[in-house]
Design a protein around this ligand. Sequence first.
Ligand code: GLY
Ligand code: MN
Ligand code: MN
Length: 510
Amino acid sequence: MADSTTPTPRATSNRSTVPLGDSFKSYIASEWADRAEPLPAPRAQAPYAAARRARISALHEGRRLIVPAGPAKVRSNDTDYPYRPHSAFAHLTGWASDTVPDSVLVLEPRLERRDDGTEPTYDGHDATLYYRHPAGRDSDEFYANPEIGEFWIGPRPSPTHVAADLALATAPLADLDAVLQAADADTLVVRTADRDLTDRIDGIRLLAATVPEPSAHDAADLAWDGDLELARDLSELRLVKDDYEIAELRTAIAATKRGFDDVIADRPAIVEHARGERLVEGTFNRRARAEGNAVGYDTIAAAGPHACILHWTRNDGPVAPGDLILIDAGVEVDSLYTADITRTLPVSGVFGEVQRRVYEAVREAADAAFAIVRPGIRFREVHAEAMRVIATKTAEWGLLPVSAEESLQPEHQYHRRYMVHGTSHHLGLDVHDCAAARRELYLDGIIEPGMVFTIEPGLYFQPDDLTVPDEYRGIGVRIEDNILVTESGAENLSIAIPRTADDVEAWLAR
Ligand code: GLY
Ligand code: MN
Ligand code: MN
């Protein structure tokens, strides 16, 4: 049956018509076979998700935690972007590309009452996944609702299926109302997942007498201290990856390698086309859709001087022989873990002299940074090591007004004109993972086994940069690998994707 959570279909009046007569309604509701489905075994991620829930539960004793998957997002009028649940939801449930939109995970604090008359105490949480159950074939949602109707977008899984698949208790989305009505100061929500739901919780908490004042300056964007703590803790929970996550990242990186191989194989058509960058994007993204859920972020296909635009995603330029093309792309697998790889390739197959000089300097910076990675160092030391090489090289080429040593002083940093971005970020469900983690655990944090992050130095000489000789102008190079911290050092998870200038040329010649 459709329940109280069934949204009214949007703007269908000028688009299509569904018969309204009683004969049609009773006829379409009849003569459907039962769908007997064997229940699945729990998916491989289920025990990992349970362990993650136990960890967040221990950090928030006695608090109700609400983690929405989020709604579908409108792209234009009545069409949506492809659906992707919030990463915190996917992390805690294991429900990923197959999530039913608008689902909500609730961790309800478990109160232990004793017979001896002593005060009850909290003991963990009960997890319940609220989601929109399948509508019956006797509901008009079934055939007349283009957003969620089975005739239009396919069936939703049954509660017994979801419960078995995720090893998680489920409840109808309609039952969430009672949970929300009970929201109080000890109810925390992941604010960035579902705006409407968050607004409702804010309203209910505001009415509850014990609610503290919101800490945000902007009353329109209430940010509750507890909610921020929850977001922080969920981010920090992802700093060290478990075995499931590391395996998924390996799968994502292997698929990404095949995407780069596809682009190289397509080179003749790419060079031929007036918008060759679009062909690069299309070819890579085809691999991402074929093997995974999607790309983990918009593919950057930046040929010639476009490579100097750090996040060039318009990708509407030509790919000319003699130029370099910087491709920054990653396959996001069905579990939503993503790779984040950059390779810079000479379109003709061979680097020019200056192109090779710049390329190998960036490679040296990447290798130097990788060489120091081991448990116990600070995250920011990786960046500092890469910058030591970038400063040395740019000084060597006479580009800096001071020596490399002087430029490296915090008050100078002239070399950063040619690389304004950081060298590393954590990687996982989000391409820039763990973004709400505290600085002392991230940038200033100590590296631990199981962390996965990028090393991605670059050099970008803008076409109109008067501080560099003509021959450097318009050259942009980035090399980006995905690094796993091991017990004794580090593993470059993307080492199979050629990265030295010689290996790149050999790759293109194959
Ligand atoms: N692809 C974005 C980044 O490298 O951070
Ligand atoms: Mn990156
Ligand atoms: Mn990248």
